[in-house]
Design a binder for this molecule. Structure first.
Ligand SMILES: Cc1cc2nc3c(=O)[nH]c(=O)nc-3n(C[C@H](O)[C@H](O)[C@H](O)COP(=O)(O)OP(=O)(O)OC[C@H]3O[C@@H](n4cnc5c(N)ncnc54)[C@H](O)[C@@H]3O)c2cc1C
Length: 548
């Protein structure tokens, strides 16, 4: 009988262990988990802190007993793997409850030890709490229950914004400090401003471009010298792969500082596999190494490893990094590469922003969203997408992520037959619309300009033409724009003296109609992608108070 030892008993580790058992009734499968809990829902931890999830036991999906009962797994909690001898195939183990130290032999070893929170060397940082495990959560809940007057969350990534939201739910005055100039790094800045606005609207004070340099007794000091009240300090500036065991075992560490793996998640020692946050992934766009600390990938790779150990043929699946987060009333989702990352490469790309409704406007309850699509300007290969809105964002990003997986190009999004009735979508779904627009761009029917290029076009002598109605125009417009509503262009185009026009409307749709008309009338017209709405939300226009 072979013995398979799994280190880490949560997302990746437990997916591997249960699949292993389903494929092999006889193997000895031992799972080592150093925390007191196994198979817990770490994604749900922030919501118990906020009181949204009221019953802690709802987060504890399995116990060692339930896993033994159903799968005959030998799950040992409060048990830490201390060392790996990859030559003798032995794991050194410590029972943290009894301090007993012993050894386990293995035939195959699976590493799923996750990632640990990055803790910067700042004076007083030991007062800051991090969130990875149920025990971490209980520590934070104990502090939150003592109703502190103020909290500072350091870090504006997914976990930072989730915790900030949940502290607000608890009625705690919350400040979020972020060292870069935006929240949620997978988003591009013009999308991230929508998230900042929502957080500010819900009472979270934001500081960008600011780092915490000192954690004091009841405040934090920023790089500017300012002090912010902080009875509670949460640290969420990111995670780094848990590498200590892998390094000690002599396994190769990859260029992104995760455990290097092949397409079957084998490490440099073929009897040791690595999955989840600790392991590097293969990026589906450039084939390079990447880190994607997300639950879906950890679970999927757990299954792949179990299949490979059992000699099943598997699909080697690369990752695109699809993620979603709730920020108060907003749904924020992204997949693939963002513009920042593409711009740092030689890869040519085109960008579309749209502001569709979640379903047809005439059916009650339609909610606007902002979508962004990035694709190759000739082949149409989809590089990535982002969405921010209150409803329907998850569906659209998931469709695009699926399209990317299936190598469906941007124009082919127009061909997708998506379920439609008025309460759910539109006959031309927002995803179909992205397909239509990308086809217009790739075929050369229209040219578009980005919000960040407006000044550039003006410097090059382009006249800004706003084709909204006068009421909209007077309520706010781009500096220097003239106004001729789209429906009056045929009668009034002789008033336009400039041949080169940058056309704008509210969201880009009327601008598109006007642009194709003006081009047929002999002008050189370019449509402002995303319209006035996107421009007015852009980081250069929408100022967030930053303490630099
Ligand atoms: C607060 C929070 C919210 C999240 N929300 C989301 C979300 O909404 N969506 C999403 O996709 N992802 C989310 N994630 C990320 C997701 O949980 C991880 O990507 C996923 O759990 C990684 O799985 P893993 O098996 O690699 O590591 P984990 O699930 O973290 O499990 C690793 C386990 O290994 C144990 N361990 C480590 N070293 C040893 C050792 N030497 N011996 C024994 N045991 C050891 C640890 O105690 C830990 O329990 C969230 C994570 C956190 C912390």
């Amino acid at each position: 009988m072979r013995t398979i030892v799994v280190i880490g008993g949560v997302a990746g580790g437990m997916s591997a262990a249960t699949r292993l058992r389903r494929l092999d009734a006889n193997a000895e499968i031992i799972v080592l988990e150093k925390s007191g809990f196994v198979s817990y829902a770490n994604c749900g931890l922030p919501y118990y802190i906020g009181g949204v999830i009221e019953d802690e036991s709802a987060l504890l999906l399995q116990t060692p007993e339930s896993l033994f009962s159903r799968f005959r797994l030998d799950v040992r909690v409060s048990t830490e793997a201390l060392s790996i001898d990859s030559v003798k195939k032995i794991v050194g183990v410590k029972n943290l409850a009894t301090d007993e130290i012993y050894e386990l032999n293995y035939d195959k070893l699976i590493l799923s030890p996750g990632a640990s929170a990055v803790v910067p060397p700042i004076p007083g940082i030991e007062r800051a709490l991090t969130l990875r495990t149920v025990e971490d959560m209980d520590r934070i809940v104990a502090r939150v229950s003592a109703t502190p007057n103020s909290a500072v969350v350091i870090g504006g990534g997914f976990i930072g914004v989730e915790i900030a939201e949940n502290l607000v739910h608890r009625g705690i005055k919350t400040t979020l400090v972020e060292a870069t100039n935006q929240l949620l790094a997978p988003l591009d800045p013009e999308m991230a401003t929508l998230v900042s606005a929502e957080m500010q609207r819900r009472g979270v004070e934001l500081f960008f471009g600011a780092s915490v340099v000192n954690v004091l007794a009841d405040s934090v000091e920023l790089s500017s010298g300012a002090q912010i009240p902080a009875e509670l300090v949460i640290l969420a500036i990111g995670v780094r792969p848990e590498l200590s065991l892998a390094q000690e075992a002599g396994l190769t560490i990859g260029p992104r500082r995760g455990i290097a793996i092949d397409e079957f998640n084998r490490t440099s020692n073929l009897d040791i596999y690595a999955i989840g946050d600790a392991a590097e992934k293969i990026d589906s766009l450039d084939g390079g190494a990447t880190l994607v600390p997300l639950a879906n990938v950890a679970n999927r790779h757990g299954r792949i490893v179990a299949d490979h150990i059992n000699g099943r043929s598997i699909r080697s699946v690369k990752t695109i990094g699809t993620a979603i987060v709730k920020v108060f009333d907003l749904v924020v989702a992204s997949t693939g590469w963002n513009e920042k990352r593409l711009a740092a490469t030689e890869v040519p790309f085109a960008v579309i922003h749209t502001h569709p409704n979640s379903h047809v406007g005439y059916y009650p309850g339609a909610k606007p969203m902002t979508l962004k699509l990035l694709f190759h300007p000739i082949t149409g290969e989809i590089y990535g997408a982002q969405g921010v809105g209150t409803e329907g964002v998850d569906k659209r990003i998931d469709i695009i992520a699926t399209a990317m997986r299936g190598s469906i190009t941007a124009p082919e999004l127009a061909d997708l037959e998506l379920a439609y009735a008025p309460p759910f979508g539109s006959a031309k779904d927002p995803v179909n619309m992205l397909g239509y627009i990308s086809e217009n761009i790739i075929s050369g029917l229209i040219k578009t300009a980005q919000w960040s290029e407006v000044n550039d076009y003006q410097d090059r002598g382009f006249q800004l033409l706003d084709v909204r109605n006068p009421v909209e125009f007077l309520a706010g417009s781009l500096p220097g724009a003239i106004n001729i509503p789209v429906d009056e262009i045929r009668e009034r185009y002789s008033e336009i003296t400039n041949h080169n026009l940058l056309v704008t409307c509210q969201v880009g749709q009327r601008g598109h109609v006007a642009t194709v008309l003006l081009n047929q009338l002999g002008f050189n017209a370019i449509n402002l992608d995303g319209g006035y709405l996107l421009w007015s939300n852009s980081p250069e226009v929408f100022k967030i108070p930053a303490l630099l």
